[in-house]
Design a protein. Structure first.
Length: 54
């Protein structure tokens, strides 16, 4: 098998992925805050514990 045949087979195995969902033009601040809430809660608890140790 030649180098060109190997390259052609590698290229044929790849599919072109297309992003099907488009940007809807809205800001999703509520969803972002909901996703960050657990991390913020952990940071607040860790800060409170560190201040309590002092």
């Amino acid at each position: 098998m030649t180098h060109m045949e190997i390259k052609a087979l590698e290229h044929a195995g790849r599919t072109s992925m297309v992003w099907t969902e488009g940007y809807d033009g809205e800001s999703h601040y509520g969803a972002v805050l909901k996703a960050l809430a657990p991390a913020l809660f952990i940071l607040v608890v860790a800060t409170a514990l560190m201040l309590a140790i002092l």
